[in-house]
Design a protein around this ligand. Structure first.
Ligand code: ADP
Ligand code: MG
Length: 767
């Protein structure tokens, strides 16, 4: 359509307003002032539709209701000043270039300075109106007030485009009224600063004004009332154009009714999808394991100690899941040392006693080996056949073990994740246990599930249809064609704050081991500067003389980091030759041959080594109760979660344990807080909370955390309570229609959820 042709124009007018109304799903390029080229720029910010644009929220607000007059400013305060640009220029000092701009109100003037800001050179045209927001300070020579590095915005270029016709002028006036005399939203710029906050303000205002009047609320009325949620349209308007009376503090902290409505909505539809997913999984065919007496007997036989109350409770939850005819999808969360392994073995017994095989996957070979040793020690007593299948085995041996698995001779198969990925054929796989799986987010798991049918992020495991000549197992009704999902138990040692677990593992049921086995004495943790290392080594010597063992850990965080590894090896030589010449010192790092690793680990376990110098390979799961000292060198280079995991290697027996955090030189403030937390507490949940706070959710779960959902408006840390509410209400909706929520409303909510999931997470098949 050619808008210049009078005919087309006539038609357009006739079709008004329906044609010009924007739907939330309309592409942003049709929003006035955007077009295809800028739409591309916006796409890089994740803004594709009108809805995306309207959810591009200001990251802060500026109180320009009462801009200040220059003459009343005081040093030390934050202030908004609106003034006219007079002069500006770049000054080179000896240390750095300083950009300086002077703006005035009538006769009074105010200087603003920015360091290293040559890029500002052509920004301020004399005569333009500028809004400045920043800290008022006295300049270094004596008293004149100035703004230091203020935020700024040109709000009225006198000579922006000379050709302004009448309508453009009104628009400019309108724009101007959006800039001052109100609380002004500040958006993050886009397109290398080309799309300014001011541009967003105008565009979003336009989009809001033309938004279709039909904007039905996808959240059922009863929930809206219960939580006093305002309507979506009102929320969008107020979040971009706060009412004059709105609390400025609430705005800045995203706690206005408008923010809450939008945040809740986002979380609600996330939780709705997760909950639905979980129900779907329950609807699949699984194995209803028998829980007869022989299971109880076998479990009793293997237990080397009295289980803690938490272990009992958790086992009950697991057993109850396993007894159900749908596949178990359970997460077992327990801090390091809380005793997850034995619980896993108990679950294995349930499956094995019913004639099924169990796969136990560990993240590292060392850990797989360790599980293998304890499984043999514990489970071979009751007559089960345990095999270890790792990448480093000879090919012949591998083939043999695979045959045992395929024929059903091996009842418990232990390996690394990578290994099980290579399609091992099981005769009759009933349970998959994934240990220390803290790096999978919920979306990642969903994506994996698409590839395999095994669910819960478990790589493909193939099950042959019949038992063949297998000597074990009763024939079952499932031996024919119906695909049967094995049960899955995921174990993690990363204590995840509860609400986050709800989201990250929202598709799993969660059990928590929140009690340590008895007889543990708390670990004493100290910080020591590495200048005092001699004292530390002396202390280690004493502990070893008392019959204990010690770890010395070096920060080789990435095992392929050549220089770090060299440093660790050098220190090993130093320690073994010079510091502890009469003690038995071993070295363990990720690059060692698997056999050698195995040998070193076994020696340490048996007490044939006094000191184990190691990289972070011992971070997960290694269990040597006689080791009571851990010295962590360059502790400042480790993350909090990692320090906690490392420290979890000691304090595993009754003897008092000591963790020494050595630091070299001055450390950053964040690092101070990390080390401080380590000294103060050994409660994994407290540490996790602080870690989360220090790093934010993305980092908290590691950079590989591609499975973290990203949010438009919500923030998992800030909005925990809303997340809880969202989860609760999502469950209420899926409970089905009742006096409060109608079938219609449920359908609408689900429809909305599906579009949203598809758009946001690229997952179509939810629901
Ligand atoms: P994690 O949860 O970190 O995997 P483990 O399963 O390795 O912990 O258990 C840590 C240590 O505690 C092991 O030495 C284990 O034998 C011991 N343990 C586990 N449960 C109990 C219990 N109920 N009583 C005494 N010791 C226990
Ligand atoms: Mg473990």
């Amino acid at each position: 359509m050619n808008p210049k042709s009078p005919d087309a124009k006539g038609h357009l007018l006739l079709l008004l307003p329906s044609l010009l109304m924007l739907e939330p799903s309309t592409s942003v390029q049709y929003v006035k002032g955007i077009g295809p080229r800028l739409a591309e720029v916006l796409a890089t910010k994740g803004i594709h539709t009108v809805d995306d644009l309207l959810h591009y929220l200001p990251f802060r607000y500026e109180d320009r209701v009462n801009p200040r007059s220059i003459s009343e400013l005081r040093a030390g305060e934050m202030a908004t000043v609106i003034a006219e640009v007079r002069t500006s220029g770049l000054f080179r000092t000896r240390r750095m270039p300083i950009f300086q701009m002077t703006a005035g109100q009538g006769r009074t003037r105010l200087k603003s300075i920015w360091f290293n800001a040559a890029y500002l050179r052509d920004k301020f045209k004399p005569g333009a109106m500028v809004a400045l927001y920043g800290k008022v300070e006295q300049d270094q020579y004596g008293g004149e007030l100035q703004l230091v590095q203020p935020q700024f915005e040109i709000i009225g270029d006198a000579d922006e485009d000379g050709s302004a016709d009448a309508s453009e002028k009104t628009e400019q006036k309108l724009a101007a009224s959006l800039e001052v005399g109100r609380i002004v939203p500040i958006y993050e710029s886009a397109g290398q600063g080309h799309l300014t906050p001011r541009w967003f303000r105008r565009i979003i205002r336009g989009a809001l004004d033309n938004l279709t009047p039909e904007l039905p609320d996808p959240i059922p009325a009863a929930i809206r009332q219960r939580l006093s949620l305002i309507s979506p349209r009102e929320a969008l308007r107020k979040v971009h154009w706060p009412d004059p009376g709105e609390s400025f503090a609430d705005l800045q902290s995203s706690r206005t009714p408008a923010h809450i409505r939008l945040i809740f909505e986002e979380l609600f539809f996330l939780e709705l999808g997760l909950e639905l997913k979980r129900r779907e999984q329950k609807a699949q065919t699984g194995i209803a394991f028998g829980l007869g007496n022989q299971v109880r007997e076998a479990i009793k036989k293997i237990l080397p100690f009295h289980p803690t109350a938490a272990q009992k409770r958790v086992l009950k939850e697991i057993a109850s899941d396993m007894g159900q005819p749908f596949p178990m999808r359970r997460l077992l969360q327990g801090d390091v040392g809380s005793g997850k392994t034995i619980v896993a073995f108990e679950a294995a017994i349930i499956a094995i006693e019913d004639g099924y095989q169990v796969a136990l996957m560990a993240p590292t070979e060392i850990l797989a080996q360790q599980h293998y040793f304890s499984a043999r020690r514990i489970l071979e007593d009751v007559g089960y056949r345990v095999v270890l299948l790792t990448g480093s085995l000879e090919d012949d041996r591998k083939r043999e073990i695979r045959r045992h698995i395929t024929q059903g001779n091996a009842q418990l198969v232990i390996g690394t994740h990578a290994l099980i990925e290579q399609k091992v054929e099981f005769a009759k796989l009933g349970l998959v246990i994934v240990d220390e799986q803290h790096r999978f987010g919920v979306l990642q798991r969903f994506k994996l599930m698409k590839k395999s049918d095994t669910g819960a992020g478990v790589p493909p495991v193939q099950t042959t249809k019949h038992l063949g000549t297998a000597p074990l197992g009763r024939p079952t009704e499932q031996s024919s064609a119906t695909p049967v999902e094995p049960d899955v138990l995921v174990m993690t040692a990363t204590p995840i704050p509860r609400t986050l677990a709800l989201t990250l593992y929202g598709d799993l049921d969660v059990s928590v081991l929140d009690e340590m086995p008895p007889g543990r004495t708390p670990i004493v943790t100290r910080r020591v500067s590495d200048e005092r290392s001699a004292e530390v080594w002396e202390f280690v010597r004493k502990q070893i003389a008392a019959g204990h063992q010690a770890y010395v850990v070096y920060p080789v965080i990435e095992e392929n980091e050549e220089s770090e590894l060299k440093a660790a090896i050098r220190m090993y030589k130093e320690l073994s030759k010079r510091v502890f010449p009469s003690l038995r010192v071993g070295l363990l790092h990720g690059r060692l041959d698997a056999d050698l690793k195995d040998q070193v680990m076994r020696m340490f376990q048996k007490g044939e080594l006094d000191i184990l110098v190691s990289t972070t390979v011992i971070e997960v799961g290694v269990d040597v109760a006689n080791a009571t000292v851990m010295v962590i060198e360059h502790a400042e280079r480790f993350g909090l979660a990692q320090l906690h995991q490392l420290r979890g290697r000691i304090g595993r027996g009754a003897a008092k344990s000591f963790c020494v955090l050595m630091t070299g030189g001055k450390v950053s403030e964040d690092c101070e807080r990390r080390l401080d937390a380590m000294v103060r507490t050994s409660d994994g949940f407290q540490i996790a909370e602080l870690d989360l706070e220090l790093r934010g959710p993305g980092e908290f779960f590691g950079t590989r955390q591609a499975g973290m959902p990203s949010f438009q408006v919500a923030n998992l840390i800030r909005d925990r309570q809303l997340l809880e509410a969202a989860k609760r209400e999502a469950a209420a909706v899926l409970a089905g229609p009742n006096a409060e929520i109608s079938q219609e409303e449920i359908k609408r909510a689900l429809r909305h959820m599906r579009t949203r999931w598809q758009r946001t997470y690229g997952l179509v098949e939810v629901g």
